[in-house]
Design a protein. Structure first.
Length: 322
């Protein structure tokens, strides 16, 4: 009898070892029944593969999933940094439209970051991802999202319908921008910054008083061009195995005269193996070409040393030549 019970337990464990941990994606408000079916099929296959690859401690296999090459390459890079899974059995979310016919989106997909054995992970393991699809239902991108309450706050502002459409596009690229740092995507950052981009970085200036106590005396600013900034950033990426960037307190502003110019103010939390900080980040975006927006200005100011009234914003820069 004991042998039979033991055999039964072994068989049960073997079945568990090869079980499929499926997460089903259900999409509402899709443009058509056919597109809905393809989004659900591709989203379900992808989330289920994330679960199983993480559980079996193996590389991702994207065979049979309709995902474009760029999204697949990006996902593989994210997976190398830190695997993740979705613990939900079913995800039911609305299909959102991005910008002006820029594709479709499903938000609020919870995932758990699971570092490989022996690797350190000091950040919040709970994250949310966004899946982007083209208008046929093919997966075109996967990004870590900003918090849902921040997204809702921006989208529910008293705005015209046309501006709401543009704001959804702005937030989509903000999330892609955040994810690019997490996956160390130099190609994306090379493309998103304009060739004449202005990069301003603040550094806390400290002094020592007569009692030998150190105190903050102000902030010094360093101006860099695109090439210098990206060269320095590339070195930072090489020194750190893992980088986690989180955006908080996001505010989006549209220029009064030039409706394609947007300013995004937010609080950035940077956590890496060798360095962590918190600061005010400002990005000046040009959405004249909505499919290929450019960042003309990026500023960073230390959070604790910068009075809120001195934080850079849309009115801090002359955009007459844009």
């Amino acid at each position: 009898m004991k042998k039979i019970i033991a055999l039964g337990i072994c068989l049960f464990m073997a079945v568990l070892g090869h079980a499929q941990y499926e997460t089903t994606l259900v999409v509402t408000d899709a443009p058509s029944t056919a597109v809905k079916a393809r989004m659900e099929q591709n989203g379900t296959k992808l989330l289920t593969e994330l679960n199983n690859a993480q559980g079996e401690n193996r590389n991702l296999s994207l065979a049979g999933i309709n995902i474009n090459n760029q999204a697949a390459e990006s996902l593989m890079i994210m997976w190398e940094v830190c695997p993740f899974r979705c613990d939900e059995v079913e995800i039911v979310e609305r299909c959102l439209h991005i910008g002006n016919n820029q594709g479709l989106q499903v938000r609020n997909i919870p995932v758990i970051m699971e570092p490989r054995a022996g690797e350190r992970f000091d950040e919040d393991q709970y994250q949310e991802i966004v899946l982007n699809f083209d208008n046929s239902g093919q997966i075109t991108n996967l990004c870590f999202s900003i918090a849902q309450n921040l997204y809702t706050q921006v989208m529910r502002s008293n705005l015209e319908v046309t501006d709401l459409r543009r704001r959804s596009l702005v937030l989509d690229f903000v999330e892609q921008f955040r994810t690019a740092y997490n996956r160390k995507d130099m190609a994306f950052l090379e493309d998103i910054f304009s060739d004449d981009a202005l990069i301003i970085t603040g550094t806390v200036r400290k002094r020592v008083n007569n009692d030998g106590v150190q105190f903050v005396s102000g902030v010094s600013y360093k101006v860099q061009d695109k090439r210098t900034y990206l060269s320095n950033l590339s070195a930072v990426f090489r020194r750190n195995q893992r980088i986690n960037v989180v955006f908080d307190d996001v505010k989006v502003m549209k220029h009064r005269q030039k409706d394609y110019i947007y300013g995004v103010k937010l609080v950035q939390h940077w956590n890496a193996d060798t360095y962590s900080d918190k600061g005010y980040l400002f990005l000046l975006w040009d959405f004249k070409d909505e499919a290929n927006p450019k960042i003309h200005v990026r500023t960073w100011q230390p959070y604790d040393a910068t009075p809120e009234k001195e934080v850079f914003g849309l009115n801090s820069f002359n955009v007459s030549k844009l």
